[in-house]
Write a protein that binds this ligand. Structure first.
Ligand SMILES: C[S@@+](CC[C@H](N)C(=O)[O-])C[C@H]1O[C@@H](n2cnc3c(N)ncnc32)[C@H](O)[C@@H]1O
Length: 232
């Protein structure tokens, strides 16, 4: 059942426990993945609500705590495919204006989402940032980044690659955000994120780490939210 005040929380789907039969033709990692999917209440709820991704719940839960997705605010979503975060952002910020104030970019195609414009592109390319701002038609109040590099299985390499994306997203945010803007990004803890965190502390009045309930406990994934952007 959905709590109307806390749409990122729900109770009845919990406590699932479906056993997966072993299959000699399947790798044990695949069996574990299938088991996780079938027993994950968020996967079930994602399908029920028609969200494009399970990640939608992470943004809902972070917004429940920080309440920054406010009607009328403009949003850029970096690494937006398949579109779960775009759906949530659009539902929250577009409700007053009837104007599309949410744009996203991804290396992969993104599903069509009402109230959003998304483009194919690599945020590390020099011109993509300007293109996003041109489409949005104004500076963003909020920059989101759920970007993750493809994992190699080597923990330190994955950390460095995802931290690089955090740096690129932060540079984009610092160059483009409106005063008092908000930056929310995926941030793997592991050491190399320290420089980005220092830069955030210099440019924003508050910086907090958050691991929403929907982010798997065993994952190194976490998020950082920086609010109160100060234009120098
Ligand atoms: C975890 S998924 C995002 C899920 C999304 N927040 C949602 O709710 O559906 C991370 C995305 O980052 C994208 N990505 C990784 N590197 C990128 C880059 N350099 N430029 C744009 N997108 C990138 C990947 O293609 C992937 O789709």
């Amino acid at each position: 059942m959905t709590d109307q005040n806390n749409p990122g929380s729900f109770g009845s789907a919990r406590g699932l426990s479906q056993k997966i039969k072993k299959d000699k033709k399947r790798k044990s990692s695949s069996t574990r993945w299938i088991g996780r999917q079938l027993n994950d209440p968020y996967v079930l709820e994602t399908q029920k609500r028609g969200y494009k991704s399970r990640a939608a719940f992470k943004l809902l839960q972070i917004d429940e705590k920080y309440k920054f997705l406010i009607p009328g605010r403009s949003v850029v979503d970096l690494g937006c495919a398949p579109g779960g975060w775009l759906q949530i952002a659009s539902q929250k910020v577009n409700s007053l204006v009837g104007r599309e104030k949410v744009v996203g970019v991804d290396l992969l195609p993104t599903d069509d989402i009402a109230g959003c414009v998304s483009i194919l592109g690599d945020i590390t390319d020099a011109n993509i940032g300007d293109e996003l701002i041109k489409i949005l038609g104004c500076k963003p109040d909020i920059v989101l980044s759920d970007m993750a590099a493809n994992t190699t299985g080597h923990r330190q390499t994955d950390h460095i690659r995802t931290t690089y994306l955090l740096e690129v997203a932060l540079d984009f945010a610092i160059e483009n955000l409106n005063k008092n803007g908000v930056f929310l990004a995926k941030c793997f803890k592991g050491g190399t994120e320290i420089d980005s965190l220092s830069l955030m502390k210099k440019h924003f009045s508050r910086v907090n780490h958050i691991k929403p309930d929907a982010s798997r406990k065993e994952s190194v994934e976490g998020y950082v939210i920086a609010t109160g952007f100060n234009i120098e």
